[in-house]
Design a protein around this ligand. Sequence first.
Ligand SMILES: NC(=O)c1ccc[n+]([C@@H]2O[C@H](COP(=O)([O-])OP(=O)(O)OC[C@H]3O[C@@H](n4cnc5c(N)ncnc54)[C@H](O)[C@@H]3O)[C@@H](O)[C@H]2O)c1
Length: 321
Amino acid sequence: MKKTILVTGGAGFIGSRYIRYLLHTYEHIDVINADALKYAAQLENVAAFVEDPRYQFLKCDLTDESAMRNLFKFPIDEVVHFAAESHVDRSIDHVDPFVQSNVVGTTRLIEAVRRMGVKRMVHVSTDEVYGSVSHGYLDESAPLAPRNPYAASKASSDLLCMAAVHTHGLPIVISRCTNNYGPHQHQEKLIPKLIGRALQHRSLPLYGNGEQIRDWIHVDDHCTAIDAIRCRGRTGEIYHVSAEETKTNIEMAKSILEILEKPSSLIQFVGDRPGHDERYALSAQKLRSELFWQPRISLMQGLKETVKWYRRQEERREGWR
Ligand SMILES: NC(=O)c1ccc[n+]([C@@H]2O[C@H](COP(=O)([O-])OP(=O)(O)OC[C@H]3O[C@@H](n4cnc5c(N)ncnc54)[C@H](O)[C@@H]3O)[C@@H](O)[C@H]2O)c1
């Protein structure tokens, strides 16, 4: 039977890849992409499917109640919720947009899901809600301990979703994923920034001593995980998404320089981010054993392809100059 899936934040990095995945994988799915087109949105992310009759874009800010009423005039079966302010550094400078989009926006969405009897909502969250992880890989029973404003706003939205499941019986599932990399990510994020600067033979700035550990997953593996959760996840459950590929930031910078055959002397240490978490690491055991998901792209393979993609973008830009 034909279904309509609302994807929020589908002009951003992960949401646009997820829409691409949906349109490639299913024939009988219509997709509505609702995005406020904030600074991180890139319409070129959706250019490849803009002509697809199954795809529709609606400019819509989730915090705007009347825009949300108009959006939910469409018959929506399921919702996958990516829309958020997503950059930690910006949240440290200005927290308001994070409270607005991530907390108020999610609240409005939950209200609409309740009002319209939507059958499934996946709330896309992050490993950052747990704060720094001293050792091992966390499972879904770990306590929330967000330590920066972005993480706190995401943890708040997770709690609102869980409350909506318990209070109103809404069919919401939460995914919490580790750091994504891949094509179409905004230039302000670590991997595109390092690749972009290395391509221009400029210094690669790393916070502090560069020894912070992050758990990396290719965006396309994140998309297959979200889809497994949408299709088979149990209401009210949290599922971790991780490829369990932990690396220090300095190791990531060195790998990028090696791929591009550039010297590691380009690495430059800069003043640390306030309250910088040392280590993130999640176990995806539940997702693997319950929903039979597994990542397919190894970090080295994915990183090489990602570097190649940003190099092509840079060459195209060079060609236009
Ligand atoms: N990038 C990662 O490594 C990562 C890891 C785990 C979880 N996540 C989560 O995945 C989601 C997507 O992340 P991303 O990296 O693609 O982010 P992104 O910043 O690239 O894209 C976010 C999109 O949301 C839109 N948006 C923001 N506020 C909105 C609002 N009020 N109404 C409608 N649209 C709005 C923006 O215009 C943008 O297109 C976020 O919820 C983030 O917390 C990201």
